[in-house]
Ligand binder design. Structure first.
Ligand SMILES: Nc1ncnc2c1ncn2[C@@H]1O[C@H](COP(=O)(O)OP(=O)(O)O)[C@@H](O)[C@H]1O
Ligand SMILES: [Mg+2]
Length: 325
């Protein structure tokens, strides 16, 4: 596989989400609103925000997936210029796993408990790459060793429950890699793991990006993790992106009061809970008419409560949805 300059942000984005809006059909309210994101080949884009901000829905949209009752009402999801929202379902299915793959928090939900790890990886190899029999088995073993699962020749015959949490996460990554995707959506991939294993999985993702030129949408509520891996960061709040910047720029020069609040949040002593600013993310259907963050913002003015701010460029590659910054 050709090595790709990982941090290059030039040319055409691999994936571009344009003004995506998602609606919860039964209640007719928006869950995502005018979300814009770009992911370039080989880059790691961190997507951060408190629980309920819309990170997972955005991640699923990259695969052309929408939970039941959830439908797009505006925008486009372009993979190399092709809009997934307009493709026939058959083509989207061929795209999923082949061009873009998903890993998430709990591998037990991704891995089928009644089949061995090897069988499940071989199914993906058959579906997306036409590999069967010995060739599929050999490639499955190679993938498991690529993700550093110890003793892959034996582990391939294991059922998911016979593996530890960290090993299962590696097996899920191997399965995600089986279609040779160009983009990996990693939705809180280490949240369920202890700190040591978490660090190992992050190292593995960084290594895969270097070796395969894999682009990664790395979703996390934890800015410290994002800081470890991301090249650029998008911050979400109440169904929209409120700030985008290069990683160093975001950490050194945050503009949105919400980003600042996330940055100053520290885990409470003895717990893993974040002490964040008071109040909560407003639920879909209850977004304020003005800036959605205004009710929690110490700097709000009358305008913030009356008008909804648009994204505004504030520097190279840096944009913010705030009137005051
Ligand atoms: N299938 C669904 N039906 C209705 N509402 C949903 C569904 N999935 C997510 N939501 C709502 O959309 C919002 C964003 O959810 P999600 O993308 O999971 O947030 P995050 O990953 O940032 O925690 C939340 O308020 C959530 O309750
Ligand atoms: Mg989520």
């Amino acid at each position: 596989m050709a090595a790709v300059e990982p941090r290059a942000r030039e040319g055409v984005p691999l994936l571009r989400i344009e003004a995506l809006g998602l609606c919860f059909i039964p209640k007719r309210y928006a869950l995502l609103d005018k979300v814009d994101l770009e992911i370039f080949p080989g880059e790691i884009l961190g997507l951060v925000g408190e629980s309920g901000c819309g990170k997972s829905l955005t991640g699923l949209a990259c695969l052309g997936l929408f939970p039941s009752g959830v439908k797009p009402f505006s925008g486009r999801v372009l993979f190399k210029g092709k809009d997934l929202l307009c493709l026939p379902e058959k083509e989207v299915r061929a795209y999923r796993g082949r061009r873009v793959a998903l890993i998430f928090q709990e591998p037990l939900n991704a891995l089928n408990p009644v089949f061995t790890v090897g069988y499940q990886i071989e199914e993906v190899l058959k579906l997306h790459r036409g590999l069967r029999g010995e060739a599929a088995r050999a490639e499955a073993i190679r993938l498991l060793s690529e993700v550093r699962l110890p003793d892959p020749e034996t582990r391939i015959r294991n059922y998911p429950h016979e593996l530890s949490g960290g090993m299962r996460q590696r097996a899920m990554i191997a399965m995600a890699l089986a279609g040779e995707p160009e983009l990996l959506v990693a939705d809180e991939p280490t949240t369920a793991l202890d700190v040591t294993v978490q660090a190992q999985i992050l190292d593995l993702l960084l290594e895969l990006r270097e070796r395969r030129g894999l682009a990664i949408l790395f979703i996390s509520h934890d800015l410290a993790l994002i800081r470890e891996v991301a090249d650029r960061v998008a911050v979400m709040y109440a169904g929209e992106v409120v700030e985008v910047a290069g990683k160093d720029e975001l950490f050194e020069n945050p503009r949105h009061p919400y980003t600042e609040a996330l940055l100053s949040a520290r885990p409470e002593f003895g717990t893993r809970k974040l002490r964040l600013l008071p109040g909560q993310v407003p639920s879909p259907g209850k977004w304020p008419a003005g800036c959605r963050f205004a009710p929690r913002c110490r700097e709000r003015e009358l305008r913030c409560e009356e008008e909804h701010p648009e994204m505004r460029p504030v520097g190279p590659g840096h944009a913010v949805r705030c009137f005051r910054r």
